[in-house]
Design a protein around this ligand. Structure first.
Ligand SMILES: Nc1nc2c(ncn2[C@@H]2O[C@H](COP(=O)(O)OP(=O)(O)OP(=O)(O)O)[C@@H](O)[C@H]2O)c(=O)[nH]1
Ligand SMILES: C=C(OP(=O)(O)O)C(=O)O
Length: 243
């Protein structure tokens, strides 16, 4: 990847709060492992085609991120969009956590690969990718990033339902301006981001509910998620769903 390579930021909540709508898809004791397995699948694809920075909600998430080859920024604790803004467009100073300047950490992450950060923190194209895409394939993400580059400005990929956002991208020099949350696809479009319409089913299927998880498993290899589900007793609902 050249100097203009993408930095993909993946926000991932701490396990106590992660994927609450997915609770019950697997036994409670395995819920955190399911969130981590989906994150592993997301990161396996993302790290294959970009430099990746995970905004990690806790130490277990941070460990998975590092093992996948991603850089890690601690969550500033101010919500999803603040986490993404800090990681993609770090300010000159602050916020602080446990004596660390988180913005300085983010700026350092922007220069991660080969120590490059031409033009400062905004000097490279940046994207935010949700961490709940078990079916994601590297080829799909690479194609979506190419399409974003061709769009020439802010661009996004909506989820399969068309209402949420799985990927928001901005070229070098342009703030990402994330508006993730309920109705984010419309919010991103209203804010001037172009909707990318490629055929990327693994990218579009985020797993918010058990039904979403079943759909995602139909659309990609999901190696870590399948392995986790396969290890559960076969009477469990999601284990059945995986087969
Ligand atoms: N670091 C960080 N990541 C977040 C935060 N809120 C959401 N995310 C991540 O953003 C992505 C999309 O969020 P959701 O699909 O709503 O996932 P979620 O919040 O774990 O799921 P629910 O509890 O069901 O809303 C997931 O990868 C989440 O882990 C946050 O405050 N901090
Ligand atoms: C945060 C989002 O994810 P979800 O709708 O999957 O909760 C979003 O789509 O903006």
């Amino acid at each position: 990847m050249g100097d203009a390579g993408w930095l993909v930021v993946v926000p991932a909540k701490g396990l106590g709060a992660a994927k609450s709508r997915l609770r019950g898809a697997v036994p409670a004791a395995a819920h955190g492992d399911l969130a981590l397995a989906m994150l592993r699948d997301t990161l396996a694809a993302a790290t294959a085609c970009a430099d990746v920075l995970v905004v990690a909600g806790d130490a277990a998430v941070a460990a998975v991120a590092r093992a996948a080859g991603a850089a890690v920024l601690p969550d500033p604790g101010a919500g999803l969009n603040a986490a993404i803004r800090l990681a993609t467009d770090p300010p000159a100073a602050g916020p602080q956590a446990a004596g660390h300047d988180l913005a300085a950490g983010a700026r350092a992450a922007h220069g991660l690969a080969a120590g490059r950060a031409p033009g400062g923190a905004l000097g490279r194209p940046r994207a935010a990718l949700t961490g709940d895409l078990p079916g994601l394939r590297a080829e799909e993400l690479a194609a979506a990033l190419r399409a974003a580059e061709a769009a020439g400005g802010r661009a996004f990929v909506a989820d399969a339902a068309g209402t949420g956002t799985v990927l928001l991208a901005a070229p070098a020099g342009v703030p990402l301006d994330p508006a993730f949350g309920v109705g984010s696809a419309a919010a991103h479009a209203a804010g001037g981001a172009r909707a990318l319409t490629g055929d990327w089913p693994g990218l579009r299927h985020d797993a918010d509910t058990a039904a979403d998880l079943r759909a995602a498993l139909r659309h990609g290899p999901a190696a870590h998620t399948r392995a986790l589900l396969g290890d559960l007793p076969s009477s469990d609902a999601a284990a059945c769903a995986a087969r």
